[in-house]
Write a new protein. Structure first.
Length: 258
């Protein structure tokens, strides 16, 4: 049920954090994984680390803001391997502090930064979905997994405006896309993480005060570790999730329940 032997996967933002964990579990379950990221040095380190485990992965430097390159890289992967089974649209940027912080109020929102967030967190996710879905619909199978956020499910006082808005937008993009993709046996779901200890937002979660602000809303009383995304990522990437589509699944230590 969780075996991915012979499958081809593609991950954006795979050099670090949650995307790296998604790439690792997918490769450990048998898939060939195309790991893409804007950060060529970090990508190189991660690809080498996974290959040293004997995993079948390779890296491609892709800035998801370059939507032509992004689409071409997805098309090339499908052509090169003759199939495309699993795509994680994961790359995303933080918008910094939340609405109650000194520099996070709506008056402080910089519209250039706002537009950059819309590009990376929304438009590039749509292009990833659309490009991959064309291959998956043809082969009549596929798993699309989008990294949303609990900040897209409800208001989140620790996250910036553009982040909350774009994560809500991609959550509904997942529901909307499932209507078109379901008859083609292609599933699409979103993972909505609570706070995980990664380098997102220039590493702000490594700051004890920032971490404490997030943890205050988490009944389990701690941040998630990147490895803890693996179970849900594998579920949504594998045959085990054959009847799950159009959903946004929180993985948040209870944050959205409280
Ligand atoms: N860490 C959290 O608390 C948290 C919570 C909810 C959602 N998320 C989401 O998880 C996803 C992954 O974030 P993370 O926490 O692992 O952060 P991270 O910063 O550790 O990793 C993100 C990766 O994406 C890459 N990236 C950034 N911009 C890119 C671009 N333009 N093109 C290609 N790659 C790019 C980075 O180089 C990095 O390797 C994001 O969509 C983020 O919004 C994270």
């Amino acid at each position: 049920m969780f075996n991915l032997d012979g499958q081809v996967a593609f991950v954006t933002g795979a050099a670090k954090g949650l995307g790296l964990a998604m790439a690792e579990i997918t490769a450990q379950s048998g898939a060939h994984v195309v790991m893409t990221d804007i950060n060529s040095e970090a990508l190189d380190v991660s690809v080498k680390r996974l290959r040293a485990q004997g995993l079948d992965v390779h890296g491609e430097v892709v800035d998801v803001a370059d939507i032509e390159l992004l689409a071409r890289t997805i098309d090339d992967a499908a052509a090169r391997f003759g199939r495309l089974d699993i795509v994680f649209a994961n790359a995303g940027l933080s918008a910094g502090s939340g609405p109650l912080a000194e520099n996070g109020g709506m008056a402080q929102v910089d519209l250039d930064r706002w537009n950059r967030l819309l590009q990376i967190n929304l438009t590039s996710v749509f292009v990833t979905i659309r490009t991959a879905a064309a291959h998956m619909m043809k082969q009549r199978s596929g798993r699309l997994i989008v990294t949303a956020s609990v900040a897209g499910v409800r208001g989140e006082r620790m996250c910036g405006y553009a982040y909350a808005a774009t994560k809500a937008a991609i959550s509904n993009l997942v529901r909307q896309s499932s209507i078109e993709l379901s008859p083609h046996n292609v599933t699409i779901n979103a993972i909505a993480p609570g706070p995980f200890l990664t380098d997102i937002g220039q590493g702000r979660l490594h700051d004890a005060n920032v971490a404490a602000g997030f943890i205050a809303d988490v009944p389990m009383g701690r941040l998630g570790q990147p490895d803890e995304i693996k179970g849900l990522a594998l579920l949504l990437a594998s045959p085990a999730s054959s009847y799950i589509t159009g959903t946004v699944i929180p993985i948040d230590g209870g944050a959205t329940a409280s």
